[in-house]
Ligand binder design. Structure first.
Ligand code: FES
Length: 106
């Protein structure tokens, strides 16, 4: 499953994950700077904030229960495209997904 991470400065990094990985865990495993993932994916921080590219909003679905509240403590502006990347679990349907990273996470 191919996922492209677009850093705040526009740098694009393409990674390949497996179904079941989260957008956060894949980024951490491959050393993407723009995602911190302090809580390890249990929706207890907001350091895995990302913006899902518009075309992918449907495939990634709505926010999970509780995600909204946690996003309130995100370091950067929260928009309608904001998600906690640990709550986006990859499936084959996400092949080609593009997420944008905020300027900072803490
Ligand atoms: Fe902490 Fe996603 S890693 S909320």
């Amino acid at each position: 499953v191919k996922v492209t991470y677009v850093a705040h400065d526009g740098t694009r990094t393409e990674l390949h994950g497996d179904p079941g990985d989260s957008v956060m865990s894949l980024a951490i495993a491959q050393g993407i700077d723009g995602i911190v993932g302090e809580c390890g994916g249990s929706m207890m921080c907001a350091t895995c904030h990302c913006y899902v590219e518009e075309d992918w909003a449907e495939a990634t679905g709505p926010r999970m229960d509780g995600e909204e509240d946690m996003l309130e403590s995100a370091a950067c502006e929260v928009t309608e495209r904001s998600r906690l990347s640990c709550q986006i679990k990859l499936t084959e349907a996400h092949d080609g997904l593009v997420v944008h990273l905020p300027e900072e996470q803490v």
